[in-house]
Write a protein that binds this ligand. Structure first.
Ligand SMILES: [Zn+2]
Ligand SMILES: [Zn+2]
Length: 307
């Protein structure tokens, strides 16, 4: 396959595809504005959203990225099912499409016209916006064959086939459940309806948080930050994003050692690695540290070795 051919995703019509992307991008922003405007929620609500964020975001960082794409560790069947579910409810699309796009990114990082989301595609702030969100609108995706290791994975294929059902469930269920709870507690349809609307809004804000912190890796982590390691791209380590990205913002280190389950400089600054280690302790994950580079390998790839 030519390095310069990125087939269009023809599984959905172009207009419908763009409509879904526009909805997913706009819904969290509109929800947040309306929630603030109508003063729906309080600090307790915000705290729950933050807790849910740290429960759901590993679906992207541990699941989609470190397991399904880079195979940094092995997973038992129950863990694989959990990771598929966690990944699909983040509304970042099909697992195989995400994996193929990310593998393509590693193969052609920051090659203009080839890498799907390099900030170099446009000048200045427009390049940052392009890499953050705008790259999705043309509907270009990498060849799904890049994710060929998942072609015969029956768990992944099941979740990918049901992506629309999970999308609708994720969009509607939080509001329906909270609305029902509100109605049962108060016997008031009005209260139930308000609870349902509020829960739907906050659940979309949660989706938006996961998306924007994921997208920061494509945008900010290829523009600003440090490059301690030699790589053929613009990947950067951005220390101030490591908590909210669960350790994914050590992106230059990741490009230097893509298969490592540890992306930070130590376990304590890489929450996703801590989660993987905890999964190993409870025997759901194994072979966790097989690709973690030794200090010697790290030093050998450093741009300037301290003596
Ligand atoms: Zn990158
Ligand atoms: Zn990666």
């Amino acid at each position: 396959m030519s390095a310069h051919i990125i087939p269009q995703d023809t599984s959905v019509s172009s207009r419908m595809y763009k409509g879904v992307i526009a909805f997913i991008v706009a819904a969290p922003i509109v929800s947040l504005l309306l929630l603030v405007w109508f003063r729906f929620g309080n600090w307790l609500t915000v705290m729950w959203v933050v807790i849910f964020y740290f429960m759901i975001a590993p679906g992207v960082t541990v699941g989609l990225h470190r397991y399904f794409t880079h195979r940094s560790f092995e997973a038992s069947l129950p863990l694989k099912v959990i990771m598929c579910f966690a990944a699909i409810i983040t509304l970042e699309g099909k697992i195989t499409t995400w994996v193929a796009n990310h593998m393509w990114h590693h193969q052609h990082s920051d090659v203009v016209g080839v890498d799907l989301h390099t900030p170099l595609e446009q000048e200045g702030i427009r390049g940052l916006l392009y890499a953050h969100v705008w790259w999705m609108f043309p509907g270009r995706n990498a060849d799904p064959k890049l994710a060929s290791h998942l072609t015969y994975d029956r768990v992944v294929q099941f979740f990918d086939r049901q992506v629309l059902a999970f999308f609708l469930g994720r969009a509607l269920l939080p509001g329906l459940v909270c609305g029902l709870v509100g109605y049962v507690q108060t016997q008031s349809i009005q209260v139930g309806t308000l609870w349902g609307i509020e829960a739907t809004g906050w659940s979309f804000v949660l989706v938006g948080m996961v998306h924007h912190f994921t997208w920061c890796i494509n945008s900010i982590c290829h523009v600003w930050g440090e490059q301690p390691y030699r790589t053929s791209d613009n990947s950067r380590n951005v220390w101030w994003l490591w908590v909210v990205t669960l350790g994914e913002s050590w992106h230059n280190t990741h490009h230097a050692f893509p298969r490592s389950s540890l992306q930070g400089s130590a376990w304590w600054n890489d929450p996703s690695y801590c989660i993987i280690k905890m999964l190993e302790w409870v025997k759901l994950a194994y072979d966790v540290d097989r690709y973690v580079p030794t200090q010697n390998r790290r030093d050998a790839k450093r741009k300037s070795v301290m003596t």
